[in-house]
Design a protein around this ligand. Structure first.
Ligand SMILES: C[S@@+](CC[C@H](N)C(=O)[O-])C[C@H]1O[C@@H](n2cnc3c(N)ncnc32)[C@H](O)[C@@H]1O
Ligand SMILES: [Zn+2]
Ligand SMILES: [Zn+2]
Length: 326
């Protein structure tokens, strides 16, 4: 099945394609230069912002240092009145790079490789930014401190607002069985910053090691990271579930991106998709537990911080021998 991004611009690729040369993707070439900008000093006191355009500081390899890309964004925000003239790179906005590969050095960015997040921006400047800054593929408005999605069955959902461009981005998640590519449309799915080693995957792997060909239920799967890691590990059967429909859509997409063939079912029930050794549900775990006959070796419960896991663990206990709380 051909993988499509909702924006129609083909910004979702298969993991094999993404991972080819991933380490070089944000590395400078020998001609790339560092603008040496200070994050806490007003940008206008460091460079002539009038000159900041799409070519300013862009190397022949077409990459630019992250600070210049954000400087270009800040220039537009200052011009439109969304930031004052004393603004610094520090209070510009949060850059979410795609594909994001953990690295200790400042990234050099290619076209369409960053989604930006800020809670203070007008639609007009969001359009200008996507139009004028080649590296920016999308602008979303929202507060980074808020959970995106639904905390539990009793909470109201919260989403960010996609103001311009496309918010689909990819995180590279390392596992013992090779890296995974996990996409999220960032206005609908909660942000998780990539780390060189994913603590969640590490906990999961420790539990998987206790079993031979385990069967797994990823009870609150989000975009599918842990269940897909279990499939890569060699789990015999994996059931994915999440209450939030956008999470399930991302799980299906991420299964395909990472090389698993998925059949999407067009029924009204909670079973949304299936493949050779997995099924994907969209339901409240507390209700789904009564509809599933299978007994799993492990149930993974990964809730948002601050959510009481007791009810989740109680429901998961009906379905498995061991519950892993992540
Ligand atoms: C921290 S996220 C999971 C992240 C995921 N494990 C990952 O690593 O990508 C928590 C998830 O729990 C889901 N959730 C909240 N209440 C739920 C419920 N009652 N039943 C099923 N899923 C639920 C949310 O929609 C959210 O996607
Ligand atoms: Zn897109
Ligand atoms: Zn270069």
């Amino acid at each position: 099945m051909e993988i499509q991004c909702g924006c129609g611009l083909g910004c979702v690729e298969k993991s094999d394609t993404i991972l080819k040369g991933i380490k070089e993707i944000t590395s400078p070439c020998e001609n790339c230069s560092d603008p040496n900008l200070k994050k806490f000093k007003p940008l206008t006191e460091q460079i002539d912002v009038e000159k900041l355009d799409a070519n300013y500081g862009r190397c022949t390899c077409k990459k630019r240092h992250l600070d210049l890309v954000m400087g270009h964004v800040l220039k537009i925000l200052i011009e439109s009145g969304d930031r004052d003239k004393k603004s610094t790179l520090r209070n510009c906005c949060t850059p979410l790079i795609t594909p994001a590969y953990p690295s200790n050095t400042a990234p050099y960015l290619s076209d369409n490789s960053v989604v930006i997040l800020t809670d203070k921006i007008t639609k007009e400047s969001a359009f200008r930014i996507v139009d004028e800054v080649p590296e920016i593929k999308g602008v979303i408005k929202g507060n980074i401190k808020n959970v995106v999605g639904i905390k539990d069955a009793n909470s109201e959902p919260n989403v960010y607002e996609l103001l311009s461009g496309c918010d689909m981005r990819c995180d590279i998640v390392s596992t013992r069985n090779g890296p995974l590519c996990i996409y999220r449309n960032q206005s609908q799915i909660h942000l998780e910053f990539s780390k060189p080693v994913s603590p969640k995957v590490q906990i999961l792997e420790k539990y998987l090691d206790k079993y031979e060909n385990p069967s797994i239920m990823d009870c609150t799967c989000g975009p599918g990271t842990l269940g897909i890691a279990a499939l890569k590990y060699g789990a015999k059967h994996v059931v994915f579930n999440d209450l939030w429909r956008p999470s399930i859509e991302m799980t299906v997409l991420n299964l395909e991106v990472n090389g698993f063939e998925v059949e999407v079912l067009h029924s009204n029930g909670s079973l949304v998709a299936e493949g050779k050794n997995f099924r994907v549900y969209c339901a409240d775990l507390m209700e789904l537990k009564d509809d599933i006959d299978e007994k799993f070796d492990l149930c993974i419960v990964d809730t948002f911080p601050g959510v009481d896991t007791d009810e989740f663990v109680e429901a998961a206990k009906h379905l498995c021998s061991e519950v892993v709380i992540i």
